[in-house]
Design a protein around this ligand. Sequence first.
Ligand code: GLY
Length: 431
Amino acid sequence: MNILVIGKGGREHALVWKLAQSPRVTKLYCAPGNAGTSQEAENIPIEPQQTQELIEFCQKKKIDLVVIGPEDPLVAGLADEMRARNIRVFGPSKRAACLEGSKVFSKELMHRANVPTSEYGVFEHPDHARKYIDSRDYPVVVKADGLAAGKGVFVCSSLVDAYQAVDRIMTKEEFGPVAGRKVVIERRLDGQELSCIALVSKRNLLLLPPAQDHKKVFDNDQGPNTGGMGVYCPAPIATAHLQAQIVDKILVPVMHTMKITECPFQGVLYAGLMLTNTGPKVLEFNVRFGDPETQPQLFSLQSDLLDALEAVVDDTLDEFPEEKWQFDPRSAVSVVLCSEGYPGKPKIGLPIEGLEEVNRLPDVKVFHSGTIQSDNQILTNGGRVLSVTAKGDTLSAARERVYEAIKYIRFPGMHYRTDIGLKAAGQNPSS
Ligand code: GLY
């Protein structure tokens, strides 16, 4: 089979790396990819928003399956455009992708499906939003309705903060006129966060190992939010009982409600959850694999990813055998190495050293995010540069291995968190 993966992050490198292991893959492409994807696939210089060029490429190269990585092209309707031309695609329709593309759609769907989430209000006018804020207890969370590259969510501990968030989203339109047309305001939930991610077709699902991401840039959850600084899986906190509860009370009701509202979901359903005292509650849904969650998840996947992706596309997950969805039970940890300046403006074009040595280590894999090949050198090309990923018999052992591996890698201004998985390893040293 000829396969095209769309995107250029660590998630897409992990997808390409895993798909390259399938005996059924003849030729693998990545558009546009990064220096890491070019080691396993042929990079194609087409950006995810270049719909027509992507379609022409698929037709010319007789692509048998397209895997869309990032949310923007899904929300823009790339999967529909391709399906309309008989190109097989793994990824939800534009309508179903509203689950991530519109916080209002997502909240209304959860309400309809009786899925546990924080109580909320939706506002189209800043005056109405401010009036609601006046009546609330703090902290509250103010969210721009549309996609905002992970930046349109404000946790506000005072009325002044909440007014400012409304102003930035709706009046100043910092995230664009569409994303800021409406806001969702909700009560902040307390607890631990969990990423529960599943491959979903109309009637069935396959869970990936539950993961815990670290969003703040500095150790001890200090500093501004990022796209994700590191992650581990399986998260010891997510017992089999908790996972069953999440499937029954959250994932299945969402799938069912989407189906009966003529908006069936096919692709990756990613529930960002808060594990509260009263049970798991949804913070947000995403409609694609996580980044960096995908890196340790696929590093642990022992089965052929292509079989599972095809079962989703063909809606045959009902008969998908359990033995074709097996994971290494050991712990996996991924730590993101970032450029100076990230999560603000990152420095790019800096040479990265030590990659060859680190890739020779057992149970270690470096997935590339913001990298580019230039002559014989690999250079930084974004804020999140590399996800160093390692497995170990325990979470502590995986942590030890990943941080040992990082010592081999150098680029000017490199920074990363040193406490990925530390709390969970400490709470449960035998895990
Ligand atoms: N890990 C956060 C995300 O994928 O959105």
